[in-house]
Ligand binder design. Structure first.
Ligand SMILES: Nc1ncnc2c1ncn2[C@@H]1O[C@H](COP(=O)(O)OP(=O)(O)O)[C@@H](O)[C@H]1O
Ligand SMILES: [Mg+2]
Length: 393
């Protein structure tokens, strides 16, 4: 493995800001253990960019102002292909000079808005810097629950039936929207189309609650998704990784759904007890049959391909306990802790995960290089000769 200079980007203007700092530090540890040089880039809640050694210490984030921490300075990433990294500080004083630090590969560990949604990926594309994880399109699709749903549906992957509409349409004519939702039947689940971390997500058992939660979701996102609620469901997650070929991890059952104890008890009494438990908040591997495991892994891989994913993701499912019907609920293109715990259980160490992700980043970048962007037309020559009077009215 070639040792690289990796820029790790984290924080950002997102409700999942704090989680991102933790994921970043787990990633930095893995990268440093793998022998890479890490440049940390912290984006504050208000969108200011900082770099420096002071960012390696988690304690420093509890300070009132990160700017006052020793060895932390403002920075920014150049979007120009002429540079390939950070300019620090961006506005040097009269007698000071900006430094330039090259970044071989970018690794964003931002969760949610301004990071997981394709925005920072767009900046890396402009700067022509290889980057880890899903590209602009896949990131944006996965971040939009309504768009993701229709794409997955088209790919023949089972998703929960739902209807989406804009905030504008809701404010214009709520009765028409309610009439449209009626055939779905209660209970329903209301979600802002573009948020994560369960923010604004709520069930409704009657019209009064439905109206209330649509109002809340509409204040959080310009598009709202209303789904049939899957009652008596268990949540199962699967991580995927790859580029041309995608592999699936072992499955986890997060413990937010405590009512799945029958399966769990059965399993935990067996040999899975010591092998399967990882902390108190999840069961790995998920206590479901081998057949259901294979079905979910297969849907996870197909779902990732359907959104044109590459790199890594965690795909979350709902499984109805009685019928065992599987629904793909959502695709997280920047999974918490990079899903290291799922890969560990699948026999891949965090060092192997980050190295594989960096390899994919360079593979994707090399593939992009084979695309021609420079089309030399005779247009300017002609325009210079003839003038451009045709454009004027
Ligand atoms: N259609 C549904 N039926 C039942 N439970 C659901 C449904 N949709 C979401 N949930 C529950 O709500 C949680 C949050 O919804 P999710 O779509 O995962 O949004 P987020 O992006 O905020 O994580 C899920 O983990 C699940 O427990
Ligand atoms: Mg979720």
């Amino acid at each position: 493995m070639v040792h690289r200079t990796v820029g790790v980007f984290f924080g950002s203007r997102s409700v999942e800001h704090d989680v991102s700092i933790v994921t970043a530090h787990q990633t930095i540890q893995a990268l440093q253990s793998a022998g890479h040089t890490v440049i940390p880039i912290y984006i504050t809640r208000t969108g200011e960019w900082y770099t420096g050694e002071g960012l390696f210490d988690l304690k420093n984030y509890q300070q009132e102002n990160i700017r006052n921490v020793a060895n932390v300075e403002p920075t920014h990433l150049s979007p120009s292909t002429r540079y390939h990294g950070l300019i620090t500080p961006p506005m040097a004083g009269r007698f000071a000079k900006s430094r330039f630090q090259r970044i071989d590969v970018a690794f964003s560990t931002i969760h949610g808005t301004h990071g997981e949604d394709g925005t920072i990926q767009g900046l890396f594309e402009m700067a022509d810097i290889p980057y880890v994880g899903t590209g602009v399109l896949a990131s944006a699709i996965a971040n939009h629950k309504a768009i993701a749903k229709s794409l997955l549906q088209q790919a023949g992957i089972p998703v929960v039936e739902g209807i989406s509409f804009t905030r504008y349409a809701w404010l214009e004519d709520p009765e028409a929207i309610l009439a449209q939702l009626e055939p779905l039947g209660y209970p329903l689940f209301i979600k802002p189309a573009t948020l994560g971390s369960s923010i604004g997500v709520a069930p409704a058992h009657d019209m009064e609650r439905l109206r209330l939660h649509i109002d809340i979701a509409a204040s959080l996102s310009t598009e709202i998704l209303v789904e049939k609620a899957i009652t008596n469901a268990v949540e199962i997650n699967c991580a995927v990784m790859g580029n041309y070929t995608i592999e699936a991890s072992v499955l986890e059952q997060p413990m937010s759904t405590q009512d799945f104890l029958t399966y769990e008890e059965k399993y935990l009494r067996g040999e899975g007890k010591t092998a399967g438990m990882k902390g108190a908040d999840r069961i790995i591997p998920a206590p479901i049959s081998d057949e259901l495991t294979r079905i979910i892994q297969e849907y996870a891989i197909r779902g990732f391909k359907a959104i044109r994913g590459r790199g890594i993701a965690r795909i979350d499912f709902l499984v109805q306990k009685d019928t065992h019907q599987v629904y793909l609920n959502e695709i997280n293109t920047m999974p918490g802790s990079i899903s290291f715990y799922l890969w560990k259980a699948s026999g891949k160490s965090p060092i192997e995960v980050v190295n594989q992700l960096i390899d994919i980043a360079f593979e994707v970048h090399a593939e992009k290089r084979q695309t021609t962007y420079d089309y030399q037309s005779k247009l300017l020559e002609l325009a210079a000769q003839k003038g451009i009077q045709g454009v004027k009215k």
